[in-house]
Design a protein. Structure first.
Length: 133
């Protein structure tokens, strides 16, 4: 039903439906994945993070969950958590010999690390010019 709600552009109905599905089938990752991505499309990154985090407790070795966590943490400007999640996805995909997703996660990790370093460098620079003597 949740997918039907999404097809009908009934986002709130889809969210309710996927919430109910997860309550009835907490071991099925499909509900978490679709619900988390729905929140992500709505720019509701905290709820997307909560959803994907809950899914990692069900499937701690699922690289896509950590990839989506990394994206949402990054979009929330929590770059330390984004980097940690991306690192986890890289490790999992490497262990599973999933080269395509490994490379995708590695590219995300590199981008997040660059953004974090740029943010640190910008934070170190003075925001105002010093006053003239």
């Amino acid at each position: 039903q949740g997918v039907e709600h999404l097809q009908d552009a009934d986002t709130l109905g889809a969210i309710r439906s996927f919430d109910e599905y997860i309550k009835r089938h907490p071991e099925d990752l499909r509900g978490y994945l679709i619900l988390g991505q729905t929140y992500m499309r709505l720019n509701d990154y905290p709820r997307a993070i909560d959803t994907f985090s809950a899914a990692t407790r069900v499937a701690p070795n699922h690289g896509d969950l950590y990839y989506f966590l990394a994206m949402n943490y990054g979009l929330s400007n929590n770059l330390d958590m984004a980097v940690a999640a991306a690192q986890k996805s890289v490790v999992l995909f490497r262990e599973q010999k999933d080269e395509e997703n490994f490379l995708r996660s590695l590219a995300l990790l590199q981008g997040l690390m660059n953004a974090r370093e740029e943010g640190k460098a910008a934070g170190d620079a003075p925001t105002e010019a010093p006053a003239a003597p």
